[in-house]
Design a protein around this ligand. Structure first.
Ligand SMILES: Cc1cc2nc3c(=O)[nH]c(=O)nc-3n(C[C@H](O)[C@H](O)[C@H](O)COP(=O)(O)OP(=O)(O)OC[C@H]3O[C@@H](n4cnc5c(N)ncnc54)[C@H](O)[C@@H]3O)c2cc1C
Length: 308
């Protein structure tokens, strides 16, 4: 009689247990699938004291939201959450093998990459120590709390004008424009209509008792008072798992991200991706939504294999 192969211990291993990964984990646990979520506790919004714009959680610390989610998932018997860092992912005969920084190896039939991205804000002195507090990337997340007044917008790439037009909703903006950028007559007209002041002298440093901001010191010595500055951040994947597995990537206005189909499946069979690492417009709600979609796609792919 042929030897029966023992089943892999997990139907799905999720790398990254924050908004996207936990949302996927919840769905899979509710489908009574054996799911392992690996997380090393560095969500992208950890620099902000509170999260905003999240239905029923507006103004709560971001960590409280994920702590609640973790508790709820752990109540399901087929879910395991493991604290630790995944260091490599390899395709193995029947699924995937994930090596952990502590030397352990875990295996699963499918893998969901939900490890988020890392921000790469500009290296202007004073930005780093104010990141997520008064140097902000997303007006939807933290614009309302500035409570109007003078705000800055730091030019970062092709969407700068759109960004400056938008943030005029949350204060009186000065757009710090890269001197090399030429505005069209139409852009200049629209910025004028929205009351956006344009400053072409580069910022030398942000000043004030960080994380508070008093204003921007310009390269020519002038000082522009500001309550906050919006900085359109570029991002990078903090892990090379997707590239290593051969997943197709896509260039977006914020950086190179993982390409997925409508069910969050990557170009590689069995590899799913959800959250900020696979979408340019990012927030907690989108990440949770992508996680849910990925779980449903992943579930379907398990089922197809089982029924084949
Ligand atoms: C400063 C700031 C403030 C923000 N504020 C808001 C807000 O108020 N409202 C809002 O809706 N959105 C906000 N956002 C956006 C929001 O944080 C992201 O859209 C959201 O966190 C994306 O969720 P995610 O699950 O894709 O990734 P993340 O939340 O970044 O989670 C990724 C997880 O993967 C883990 N991980 C990474 N690599 C590994 C590895 N190798 N092994 C194990 N674990 C790993 C990390 O530790 C982390 O826990 C903010 C973003 C920033 C930068």
């Amino acid at each position: 009689m042929p030897m029966q192969e023992s089943p892999l211990p997990h139907d799905a291993v999720i790398i990254g247990g924050s908004y996207a990964g936990l949302s996927a984990g919840l769905q899979l646990a509710r489908a009574r699938r054996r799911v392992l979520v690996i997380d090393d506790g560095r969500p992208r919004n950890r620099f902000a004291s509170h999260a905003h714009g999240v239905l029923a959680n507006d103004g709560r610390p971001g960590r409280d939201i994920t702590d609640d989610a973790r508790r709820q998932i752990m109540a399901y018997p087929t879910a395991v959450i493991r604290q630790g860092e995944a260091v490599s992912v390899e395709r193995s005969g029947r699924g995937f093998s994930i090596a952990m920084a502590d030397g352990a190896t875990v295996e699963g039939r499918r893998v969901l990459l939900a490890h988020g991205v890392e921000d790469a804000p500009p290296a202007i002195p004073g930005v780093k120590e104010r990141w997520g507090q008064t140097a902000i990337h997303c007006p939807w997340c933290h614009g309302y709390e500035i409570d109007r007044g003078p705000i800055g917008v730091l030019s970062q790439g092709e969407h700068t004008t759109h960004y400056a037009l938008m943030v005029a909703e949350w204060g009186e903006p000065t757009l710090f424009l890269d001197p090399a950028v030429q505005l069209s007559a139409e852009e200049t007209r629209m910025l004028g209509l929205r009351g956006v002041a344009i400053e072409r002298t580069p910022i030398a440093a942000l000043e004030g008792a960080a994380p508070l901001l008093d204003g921007a010191r310009l390269a020519d010595g002038r000082f522009i008072p500001l309550k906050a500055i919006f900085v359109g951040s570029h991002v990078r994947l903090g892990n090379s798992f997707a590239e290593h597995l051969g997943c197709e990537m896509t260039d977006t206005p914020v950086g190179r991200l993982v390409k997925v189909d409508p069910m969050q499946q990557t170009s590689q069979p069995g590899v799913f991706a959800a959250g900020d690492l696979a979408r340019a417009a990012s927030n907690i709600t989108y990440a949770a939504s992508d996680g849910m979609t990925a779980a449903h796609g992943l579930f379907r792919s398990l089922l197809e294999e089982e029924l084949a």
